[in-house]
Design a protein around this ligand. Structure first.
Ligand code: S3P
Ligand code: PEP
Length: 427
């Protein structure tokens, strides 16, 4: 479906963003493995999280959906999952694929995991490799690196893994397998990635320790059901933060945004660029810090983003690049080669699609160089490559173009942000 986006004069009002995608996935998965019933509120009813619900139902878990955002997950305990009678289809969701592979590695039954065309190109060897070293049998295309993957797990040995990438999906997949292994399993990463797994496992009563820099869980640790209140997704709020910052005269308040420090790189960078953002009403929800964010239209200046901050804003790079087109000076984003293995190659797609607006963007081996201060041109026809974050980032760019923009395959926004267009309309 094509979507036409018109430029706006300003954005004003108060909104909430949908629930955090990373936390919603984990609430379903950990709830499934727990003893007892886990009640989830603020769940993200995006396509990715619904794929997780679907896969765990196929694994024999009863999941009641009381409303789009409220679930009851009837946990089956650590040894209660059942062999699925059909393929487990993760759709577009890398998080579902990699975390679930960790759980499946601990099951002595057979199953097959697949997904859409994008998932079937994304690297699964980064989690399948270490899981094999723990004892799981995992086979698939390209020497077992690409889905569809066939898994027969069980009989796992504990493991200490030095991950070459800062990836919460790899870390989580291995720690989840570690729950089924004999002994203590630990993961060390080059830079800290998002820590929702560690926080939520602890909320479910599992001891998670840092042992000599390895985040470690003990095999056989049981999960006890708990209620999870999912905060608003800062990765979704990022589109509003950038939109309100670059549209002059805007004044937008976003309520209930999760501010886990492993996720707030986008705030740090926007503040550094001169954005006017106030953090108010700070509180805790579901073991995660939450606050309201008030953002006003501001003059932005260029910046350099590299190093340890990258995992803290990895999904926000495309929309950060949009902000950089409106900033004074040249912005450089480096150390972000991971972007090449997301739903699309986000270095290439961000550069190519922003150029259609007339922006000057250089594609680098590990990032982007964006020349700011450009008046974006209307009339662009954007290819999203079925990547939700590219669709929404280009929609934000379209707000400051000097004419209408067409965005192809708009439906991909439902992967992480159902209601995106309506929410912007209200502002
Ligand atoms: O663990 C998670 O929930 C996620 C981790 C990140 O991926 P990587 O682990 O591949 O960096 C992120 O890009 C993704 O949107 C969600
Ligand atoms: C990379 C993303 O998700 P996933 O890896 O779960 O597909 C994303 O949402 O930007």
């Amino acid at each position: 479906m094509d979507k036409q986006i018109q430029p706006v004069t300003r954005l004003t009002g108060e909104v909430s963003v949908p629930g955090d995608k990373s936390i919603s996935h984990r609430a379903v998965m950990f709830g499934a493995l727990a003893d007892g019933v886990t009640r989830v509120t603020g769940f993200l009813p995006g396509a990715d999280c619904l794929s997780t619900v679907d896969c765990f139902r196929k694994l024999g878990v009863q999941i009641e959906q009381h409303s789009p955002t409220e679930l009851s997950v009837h946990g089956v305990g650590l040894d209660g999952l059942q062999e699925p009678t059909d393929v487990l289809d993760v759709g577009n969701s890398g998080t579902t694929a990699r975390l679930m592979l960790g759980i499946l590695a601990g099951q002595s039954f057979h199953c097959t995991v697949t997904g859409d065309a994008s998932i079937r190109k994304r690297p699964m060897g980064r989690v399948a490799g270490p899981l094999r070293e723990m004892g799981a049998r995992i086979e698939g295309r390209d020497g077992g690196r690409l889905a569809p993957l066939s898994v027969r797990g069980g009989g796992l040995q504990a493991f200490r893994y030095d991950s070459p990438v800062a990836s919460a999906q790899v870390k989580s997949g291995i720690l989840l397998a570690g729950l089924f292994a004999e002994g203590a399993t630990g993961v060390r990463e080059p830079e800290p990635s998002r820590d929702h797994t560690e926080r939520m496992l602890q909320a479910f009563g599992v001891v998670v320790e840092d042992r000599e820099g390895y985040i470690t869980v003990q095999g056989g640790s049981r999960l006890t059901a708990t209620d999870i209140e999912v905060p608003g997704d800062i990765s979704s709020a990022a589109f509003l933060l950038v939109a309100a910052a670059i549209v002059p005269g805007s004044d937008v308040t976003i309520r209930g945004v999760g501010l886990n420090p492993t996720r707030t790189g986008i705030l740090d960078v926007l503040l550094d660029m001169g954005a006017q953002i106030e953090v108010v009403n700070e509180r805790q929800a579901g073991g995660e810090p939450v606050a309201d964010l008030r953002v006003r239209g501001s003059r932005l200046r260029a910046t350099t983003v590299r190093g340890a901050i990258i995992p803290r804003l990895i999904d926000e790079v495309p929309v950060l690049a949009v902000a950089a087109t409106q900033a004074e000076g040249v912005t450089e984003i480096r150390d972000a080669a991971e972007l090449k293995v997301k739903e699309s190659n986000r270095i290439a797609t961000t550069a190519n699609e922003l150029r259609k607006f007339g922006a000057i963007v250089e594609e680098l081996e590990d990032g982007l160089r964006i020349h700011g201060g450009a008046q974006l041109q209307g009339g662009a026809v954007i290819e999203t490559h079925h990547d939700h974050r590219i669709a929404m980032s280009m929609a934000v760019a379209a707000l400051v173009a000097n004419g209408a923009t067409t965005i192809r395959d708009w439906e991909s926004v439902d992967v992480s942000f159902p209601g995106f267009a309506e929410l912007f309309q209200n502002l």
